[in-house]
Design a protein around this ligand. Structure first.
Ligand code: B1M
Length: 211
């Protein structure tokens, strides 16, 4: 098996230690960090997404694969920064104000990383003002908001309103998701898109920044 295939397989199997080892071996053999990321880690996460959508993988498999991918990515990050490789885009992610659920949000963040995004995670209970400040300070292409409670969903709309009031709405695309969230709700509050799960979130994010 070549080094890229070894990395790909290790991520698919959710083997974090194996992924780290395979990435280290590939770097020692002189493979470029960007090649390892694109052809090994990102390609494997795309396959994880496909298997999740076809029902062959469930949330736990996706989580452990995403953790393995992150372990490999940690080794590459300093090298990628040095080589000035452009990421797919920068995304600010957070669970909205009043909401402490973060498992789905973390999974979406990991899938976005797996798709080549630079992910800035604001955590949970993120106020509209915090999202606005992050847009001003970090200049992302995309904001990704998660909510798991029917009582906190409205803070997605409030955040979009705050972005409008601050005059920065047209600088970013906004995507939303979470168990109670729907496509029609996204349209209602003026978001640019909705994704029902982490794997389609990564695909939607790419299409939004490429639009
Ligand atoms: Co809470 N909780 N919880 N809870 N909790 C729910 C959500 C609930 C449905 C349980 C129930 O009653 N059946 C219910 C909400 C009811 C409603 O509003 N309709 C509920 C409630 C009521 C509460 C409390 C109010 C309970 C209380 O204290 N009385 C309280 C609220 C706390 C707060 O947030 N202020 C509370 C607390 C908690 C815990 C802290 C105990 C814990 C959270 C731990 C944590 O996240 N660190 C918790 C948990 C674990 C759940 C359940 C059991 C599981 C949620 C989860 O992690 N799912 C949940 C019941 C359930 O869903 N079965 C429940 C797994 C995760 C991978 O899925 O988050 O849906 P999910 O993410 C998916 C998609 O939704 C999507 O992709 C993910 C992966 O495919 N997605 C996005 C998510 N974000 C996205 C963003 C995107 C795109 C896709 O784009 C940006």
């Amino acid at each position: 098996m070549d080094q890229i295939t070894t990395i790909y397989q290790a991520v698919l199997e959710g083997d974090a230690a194996g992924t780290k080892e395979a990435v280290t071996v590939a770097l020692q053999a002189g493979l470029a960090a960007n090649t390892i990321m694109q052809d090994g880690l990102i390609a494997a996460m795309a396959e994880v997404g496909r298997q999740y959508e076809s029902g062959d993988f469930f949330v736990p498999e996706m989580l452990i694969a995403a953790r393995a991918m992150s372990a490999g990515l940690e080794l590459l990050k300093p090298l990628l920064a040095q080589s000035g490789i452009k990421t797919t885009g920068r995304v600010i992610i957070g669970t909205v104000k009043g909401d402490l659920h973060d498992i789905g949000k973390n999974l979406v963040g990991m899938m976005l990383e797996g798709a080549g995004f630079e992910v800035i995670d604001l955590g949970t209970d993120v106020t509209p003002q915090k999202f606005v400040d992050a847009v001003n300070q970090r200049k992302p292409q995309l904001i990704a908001m998660s909510a798991l409670l029917t009582t906190t969903m409205s803070n997605m709309g409030n955040t979009i309103k705050a972005l409008n009031d601050a005059g920065v709405r047209d600088q970013v695309k906004v995507m939303i998701g979470g168990a109670p969230v729907t496509d029609s709700y996204a349209k209602q509050i003026g978001a640019d898109g909705f994704a029902p799960d982490a794997s389609s979130a990564a695909r939607l994010a790419k299409s939004l920044v490429e639009a």
